[in-house]
Design a protein around this ligand. Structure first.
Ligand SMILES: C[S@@+](CC[C@H](N)C(=O)[O-])C[C@H]1O[C@@H](n2cnc3c(N)ncnc32)[C@H](O)[C@@H]1O
Length: 324
């Protein structure tokens, strides 16, 4: 496709999105949080957008995120269906590049690695962040790249074989465990853990829905039609079971990065808040430097990188925590 066709189809997608977002603005008002930016909403008001128990589908989706982001939602939603940030990452000299978002590179680069340490990438496929971690390992270090899905694990292994230099590849072991239950056999086994958790992936959901509408003369797409706040809540529970297991697997003094590509605080700071409630002062937080385009937004425990403020990078939430 030539660049003119590409940009005109993106404009068409954005116009469709603006239409569906406008439809929602006719719905009853939502009592948005005070403040106008994401961090103000998350920091000052712990409430979430009130939606009816049976809320579902595209209108409920937009209403939910408008409740979080207020008038900013239209611009953010348009940025989510624009081309994603994509940088060629090389895990070593002469290696074949792997294309990924600069915010993903930052998430994996934020994990603090001790010399000679044992590192876990708990939810690793398709493997972009594993490549970043593997490229940072020093002598004597090892990385366990874990992925529950067999199909995705095969893809992960293929990515590692293709994009890592042989000596880095030898330091990575691929496992197929349920990371939420793995703590039973790996208590305090790792010096550093990256937990890039399964999440709502709103960018993906919106992109798929709009592509489907284009291909099927405006027909609505099943995944977005099935969206509900209950799905966000169930993902948040899953994320908490993964995070609590990851914290058990982390050694005292170790570093953990929790990341998602979800927009809702329910899947981000709120999951971390449950860990704070359990571990209290044993957990300490710091905020990695963001040197990308635009600005990252600080939340109570982490950073949000949102594409309407970063020239397309993200969405990524990342939280760096150290366990005493
Ligand atoms: C957000 S993706 C990870 C992306 C990856 N870190 C990357 O940068 O390419 C989350 C992954 O977690 C896997 N997953 C979901 N539940 C899991 C579990 N309980 N244990 C291990 N992996 C799981 C999913 O199959 C999916 O591949």
């Amino acid at each position: 496709m030539c660049s003119f066709q590409l940009s005109s189809s993106i404009s068409a997608l954005q116009a469709q999105l603006a239409d569906s977002a406008r439809t929602v603005s006719c719905l009853p008002p939502l009592q948005p949080f005070p403040g106008s930016c994401y961090s103000a909403r998350v920091g000052k008001n712990k409430g979430l957008p009130p939606l009816g128990a049976g809320a579902r589908g595209v209108e409920a989706f937009h209403a939910y995120y408008r409740g979080i982001f207020g008038p900013r939602w239209e611009a953010l939603a348009a940025a989510l269906v624009s081309p994603a940030d994509s940088l060629p990452f090389r895990a070593g000299e002469g290696c074949e590049p792997y294309f990924m978002d600069s915010a993903s590179i930052l998430a994996a680069s934020s994990l603090e690695l001790a010399p000679g340490g044992r590192v876990l990438d708990a939810c690793a496929a398709p493997g972009g962040k594993t490549l970043v971690l593997a490229s940072r390992l020093g002598p004597g270090s090892g990385l366990v790249a874990n992925e529950l899905s067999a199909d995705r694990r095969r893809r992960l292994a293929a990515v590692l074989d293709r994009h890592l230099p042989p000596e880095a590849r030898r330091r990575v072991e691929v496992l197929g465990r349920d990371a939420a239950a793995m703590c039973r056999s790996f208590e305090a086994a790792f010096d550093a853990v990256l937990l890039d958790a399964p999440c709502s992936s709103e960018r993906h959901v919106l992109g798929q829905a709009l592509a489907h509408q284009r291909a099927h003369e405006g027909a609505r797409e099943a995944a977005l039609e099935a969206w509900s706040p209950a799905r966000v809540r169930s993902l948040a529970l899953r994320q908490w079971s993964l995070l609590s297991s990851a914290l058990i697997m982390l050694k005292a003094g170790g570093s953990l990065v929790y990341s998602t590509c979800a927009l809702s605080p329910e899947e981000n700071d709120r999951v971390v808040a449950r860990a704070v409630a359990r571990y209290g002062k044993a957990l300490s937080f710091d905020w990695p430097d963001y040197r990308g385009p635009g600005e990252a937004e600080k939340t109570e425990y982490g950073l949000m990188i949102l594409p309407d403020r970063t020239g397309g990078a993200g969405p990524i939430y990342l939280c760096r925590v150290r366990k005493a």
